[in-house]
Design a protein around this ligand. Structure first.
Ligand code: NAD
Ligand code: UFG
Length: 331
């Protein structure tokens, strides 16, 4: 089975490539413009997985490159990771986010349609549930209401496009995966989250502080109505998340299926920091500051649908993610 991974040198795509090979899917082609990842990731994936992968440098905004890609390779399925993901930046540059995340996806779907490829797994987010959804978030909850940033809107729009497309034409097999908060990395420490520019997610910032590249970790609020006052999220190990993609691929069938990929429980920002500090034996310079605008107090996934339909559940815990982060930091 030949599988295209758009954005496959990125954080989640690279871990998914490793898990696909481990599950026997070793015909992988990565298509990425390297705007937020590095070329050497291809060799690192190959080293971990023990196979060679094909890499094509290209942009989902370039229709001609996509056309060539689909004529050069006969794909059976596509996993679509390519996109922009910084929530804060999306508020400042909404057009860039709509262009890449929505426009780029439309280009990809057009190229797939023209080539007769109708299996796609799409990277969505828990943000589509919006700020009024009941916790834990269930796939049956309405989505698209009360989304607090353009990034989340782009993911919601793509979900709607995929539903309309599958409705318009028989044969489409679509899995929409709503990720909660991926953390950690492969235990080898070879690949991990290494964003260009200033990160805004918790773990990349913890890593920058640990490396001395940032002075201190700012904890955004300790006055939430949560057990310890800090924000609560469903932190899922990226290797478990990657395995969720393999499970979704195995269970693809006609129509659109939507699954949460999360652990199914919330952990707090203070708990994450505690785990990191205990395992590293080092205290991080840190300071509590005001809440970050737009942040929700607490949410996590209802994870039973993916367990039931995909026969998938998470196996790794917070300490595993921190141990693997330390391995990545050592390089
Ligand atoms: P990432 O930035 O590490 O990976 C995305 C990859 O896409 C990068 O390698 C980047 O170079 C590439 N890319 C960006 N624009 C492109 C373009 N126009 N053409 C070709 N390639 C392009 O991000 P990630 O964390 O691996 O996220 C993967 C997907 O999952 C994204 O769609 C993201 O929105 C979604 N997602 C991520 C999270 C998270 O917390 N990491 C949560 C929910 C959803
Ligand atoms: N946090 C801090 N300090 C920081 C960074 C984060 O205290 O420097 C806190 C936040 O306030 C929040 C928690 O850590 O309580 C997690 O924040 P992240 O920025 O790591 O993640 P978010 O929950 O805000 O959003 C993330 C991704 C989205 C994704 C979503 C899915 O940014 O892309 O999870 O739930 F869609």
């Amino acid at each position: 089975m030949k599988i295209l991974l758009t954005g496959g040198t990125g954080y989640i795509g690279s871990h998914t490539a490793v898990e696909l090979v481990a599950a026997g899917y070793d015909e992988i082609v990565i298509f990425d413009n390297l705007s937020n990842s590095k070329l050497d990731v291809v060799d690192k994936i190959a080293k971990i997985a023990g196979v060679t992968l094909e890499f094509v440098e290209g942009d989902i905004l370039d229709k001609a490159e996509l056309k060539k890609l689909f004529s050069d390779y006969k794909f059976d399925a596509v996993m679509h990771f390519a996109g922009l993901k910084a929530v804060g930046e999306s508020v400042e540059k909404p057009l860039q986010y709509y262009e890449t995340n929505v426009g780029g996806t439309v280009n990809l779907l057009e190229a797939m349609q023209a080539a007769g490829v109708r299996k796609i797994i799409f990277s969505s987010t828990a943000v589509v549930y919006g700020e009024h959804a009941k916790v834990p978030y269930r796939e049956t909850e309405p989505s698209g209401q009360g989304i607090t940033n353009p990034y989340g809107e782009t993911k919601h729009v793509v979900e709607e496009i995929l539903k309309d497309l599958a409705e318009s034409e028989p044969g489409w097999q679509v899995a929409i995966l709503r990720y909660f908060n991926p953390i950690g990395n492969h235990s080898s420490g070879l690949i991990g989250e290494d964003p260009n520019g200033i990160p805004n997610n918790l773990m990349p910032i913890v890593m920058k502080v640990a490396r001395g590249e940032m002075e201190e970790l700012l904890i955004f609020g300790d006055d939430y109505e949560t057990p310890d006052g800090s924000g609560v999220r469903d932190f899922i190990h990226v290797v478990d998340l990657a395995r969720g993609h393999v499970a979704a691929l195995k269970h693809l069938h006609e129509g659109v299926q939507i699954y949460n990929l999360g652990i199914g429980e919330g952990r707090s920002v203070f708990e994450v920091i505690e785990s990191y500090e205990r395992l590293s034996g080092r205290e991080l310079p840190k300071r509590v500051v005001a809440r970050r605008p737009g942040d929700l107090a607490a949410y996590w996934a209802a994870a039973d649908l993916a367990a039931e339909k995909l026969n998938w559940k998470t196996e790794l815990v917070l300490d595993d993610a921190m141990r693997d982060t330390l391995a990545f930091l050592k390089g």
